[in-house]
Design a protein around this ligand. Structure first.
Ligand code: PMP
Ligand code: GLU
Length: 388
């Protein structure tokens, strides 16, 4: 008897988590490994945030909260969305979740019917297609081009549309390419979404990690029509180095927020109570951590870009946000899984195969690791490129 559901059978492993965990295990066994795979900041969570959670825990914040989160946290999120993104949401439009990943999933669950098509620009963050499939929807992958900075154009969006199209996922700054959509590009995409009545899931988890002359624009803030079509997803993992705390949120039109709330009521319930107090402090307290993180990552980004640009047989587009480089490895002439395995086994460098993001001719490396590790890891990658 086949016990596994069709939905579950369609899933493939999350290679971002698999490679990162393998590198961590190798390190724990005392093996030397230069981890360039990770998708989490190398810094610890700021002390003021930790202390706020510890205080809450000591004071007995150990019970359930509303499944959509503490009102005080939703107020802090509403204030943040207004301050940073020019977005006005009432607290009933905000749902706190156990990470941005569950926020994306809860959002999709709230709006996707079996057979609905979801447009996902490819390369894409590893989990989007699987989440769409779990909802019974059909992921429609639209190849983006390096020469367009890995961004979907309005024309490509329009061409991918069918009568079944329900939603498009816009992730800016983008994982894995580091692409950042300009206001003009978002307006062009938004215009089509409004014309065709297509929902938008805006994953803005990397909004603060943005470099040079790039600026972050929230598509929901561009017009009342777009506000009514957009579910904005964000969280605490990247900006405040809180990946293990598991905290994220959605901000959506009231009707969609209500549907997300109902599904959280019956599935996850609330994000960990004392962690929510840490999140309130993250948003309301001192923000210097973000500026420092950004400055340091920008320095590393420039260093890595300079190194990669000079390496033989590989090509990169300068990333303007997040903390990744998506490296075109076509000239190395092997599939991305083979390539990453060789790189790890022989050169002790961990990178994520591009196939995890829908492109088998690329690998992703992260620069959310120390300069020493980056330098040695890149020396080894260079050696690998020369010898391959
Ligand atoms: N969206 C993107 C684009 C991501 O890279 C990640 C990575 N973690 C998430 C969502 C999920 O974040 P979280 O750790 O808060 O679940
Ligand atoms: N989002 C990060 C990454 O892409 C963390 C791993 C994950 O959640 O998939 O590496």
């Amino acid at each position: 008897m086949d016990f596994i559901s069709e939905n579950a059978s369609s899933l493939t492993p999350s290679l971002t988590l698999a490679v990162t965990n393998k590198a961590k295990e190798m390190k724990a066994r005392g093996e030397q490994v230069f981890g360039l795979a990770g998708g989490e900041p190398d810094k610890d969570t700021p002390e003021n945030i930790k202390q706020a959670a510890i205080k809450a825990l000591n004071e007995g914040a150990t019970k359930y909260t509303p499944s959509v989160g503490l009102p005080a946290l939703r107020e802090a999120i509403a204030a943040k969305l207004k301050r940073d993104n020019g977005l006005e949401y009432g607290i009933d439009q905000i749902c706190v979740t156990s990470g941005a990943k569950p926020a994306v999933y809860a959002a999709l669950r709230a709006v996707i019917n079996p057979g609905d098509e979801v447009i996902i620009p490819s390369p894409y963050w590893v989990s989007y297609p699987s989440m769409v499939q779990l909802c019974g929807g059909t992921p429609v992958l639209v190849e983006t081009k390096a020469e367009n900075g890995w961004k979907i154009t309005a024309e490509e969006f329009e061409n991918a549309m069918t009568p079944r199209t329900k939603l498009i996922i816009v992730n800016s700054p983008h994982n894995p390419t580091g692409a950042v959509y300009s206001e003009e590009e978002l307006r062009a995409i938004g215009e089509i979404a409004v014309e065709e009545d297509i929902l938008i899931l805006a994953d803005e988890i990397y909004e603060h990690l943005i470099y040079g002359d790039a600026t972050h624009v929230s598509i929901a803030a561009l017009s009342p029509e777009l506000y009514n079509l957009t579910i904005t997803v964000n969280g605490f993992s990247k900006a405040y180095a809180m990946t293990g705390w598991r905290l994220g949120y959605t901000a959506a039109p009231a009707e969609i927020a209500k549907a997300i709330k109902l599904s959280l009521d019956h599935t996850a319930s609330n994000a960990t109570t004392f962690c929510q107090y840490g999140a309130i402090e993250a948003l309301n307290g001192e923000q210097t951590f973000i500026a420092d993180l950004k400055e340091e990552y920008d320095f590393r980004r420039q260093y890595v870009y300079d190194r990669l640009s000079k390496m033989p047989k590989i090509h990169v587009v300068e990333p303007k946000g997040a903390f990744y480089f998506f490296i075109d490895t076509t000239e190395l002439g092997m599939g991305s899984l083979d390539l990453c395995e060789k790189l790890l086994e022989r050169y002790k460098v961990a990178a994520v195969p591009g196939i995890a993001f829908g492109n088998d001719h690329a690998i992703r490396i992260s620069y959310c690791t120390s300069l020493d590790v980056l330098k040695e890891g890149l020396d080894r990658l260079e050696e690998f490129c020369k010898k391959s």
